[in-house]
Design a protein around this ligand. Structure first.
Ligand code: 5GP
Ligand code: ZN
Length: 114
């Protein structure tokens, strides 16, 4: 996926502020934060969106959520609360077509639509 911007971030071809990394995932600061804490947690293997996930990826998805919780704790927003958001596809508002989960908090968040 040579043209994927998040694959380029994984490969360190584009700089980012990495918060956490292991063999399966990378977490880094969103370049355009919507709240005091705004991280992105992404799988290192390219998956375009949640639509490309199957049962073989169940452990990976679970790991992403465990990492999201750990980073929320380390960022000091676990007790005050936060959102983990996945935008899937065009109607879901997904802009970058590499699966990613936003971890957002540090202030009361805006309008809930669900
Ligand atoms: P989406 O709208 O696809 O759910 O979210 C994509 C997110 O990626 C946006 O919040 C946007 O600010 C972030 N983003 C896009 N390009 C870059 C980049 O080059 N570096 C970083 N750190 N974040 C990016
Ligand atoms: Zn990618």
């Amino acid at each position: 996926m040579s043209e994927c911007i998040f694959c380029k971030i994984i490969n360190k071809e584009i700089p980012s502020q990495v918060i956490f990394e292991d063999e399966h995932v990378l977490a880094f600061k969103d370049i355009n934060p919507v709240a005091p804490v705004h991280l992105l947690v992404i799988p290192k293997k390219h998956r375009e969106s949640l639509n490309d996930i199957d049962v073989a990826d169940e452990a990976l998805l679970g790991h992403i959520l465990v990492v999201a919780k750990k980073l929320a704790q380390e960022s000091g927003i676990a007790d005050s609360g936060y959102r983990v958001v996945n935008n899937c596809g065009d109607d879901g508002g997904q802009v970058v077509k590499h699966l990613h989960f936003h971890v957002i908090g540090g202030q009361p968040l805006g309008v809930k639509i669900c």
